[in-house]
Design a protein around this ligand. Sequence first.
Ligand SMILES: Nc1ncnc2c1ncn2[C@@H]1O[C@H](COP(=O)(O)OP(=O)(O)OP(=O)(O)O)[C@@H](O)[C@H]1O
Length: 249
Amino acid sequence: MQMKVVGHTAVAAVDLVKVYGEGDTAVRALDGVTVGFDRGRFTAIMGPSGSGKSTLMHCLAGLDTASSGQVLLGETDLTRQPDRVLTRARRERIGFVFQSFNLLPQLTAAANITLPLDLAGRTPDPQLFDRLVTSLGLAGRLTHRPSELSGGQQQRVALARALVSRPEVLFADEPTGNLDSRSGAEVLHLLRDSVRDLGQTIVMVTHDPGAAAYADRVVLLADGRLAGEIDRPDIASVTDALQNLAAAR
Ligand SMILES: Nc1ncnc2c1ncn2[C@@H]1O[C@H](COP(=O)(O)OP(=O)(O)OP(=O)(O)O)[C@@H](O)[C@H]1O
């Protein structure tokens, strides 16, 4: 199946299949998923454990290769690129925020934020850097090392690091999974602000209906297939949808 790339789609999966293993033990983690993610929108991917959320995100982000189907990042079909192009796309076009903050302990917050750009030989845009550290509440923390920062502050450094390169898509994998509820809410607010203020596109995997309620849209997966979506979700609509999916199993 060919999908026409429309200008407002930042990243899309087209009839995406991912099979782990072979023969009797093969697992069809993605079973023909077609879904697009609009530019400048915040989408959460949800579904029961084992439904394929992480696999979908990893394939969309070029961290894993699909068995068949396409992943379109803008106009680039990531499934047809050699490793070096994939590596460049991950470095230059995609941002990541993970549950574990993945900061380098020996570097200051400022050096962690600019590290990917430094490695790529690019100079950070000073205005964007200042705007991000101010809006993320990090201005007074730039010379601190990760061990001198709270979990919430470390995740905000990771967010600044992801945003400072102006990625086409920011992928967030359970970004609040290691945070207390107050720091988690702060990070979710900041994700939403980056969509509103910078036009950032965000795709987030989460188990938490409270986190998903910050998104503009929820995409539901079950057994490796698309199982519905919710526009302008709130906690009640997401909780109901997840309960319906669990009851249907
Ligand atoms: N590397 C792997 N090798 C074999 N099977 C795998 C591998 N990674 C994932 N799977 C299987 O693929 C299916 C989908 O897994 P995936 O991690 O994408 O689901 P998920 O919805 O993110 O789950 P969770 O909510 O528990 O993190 C599961 O059945 C899982 O066991």
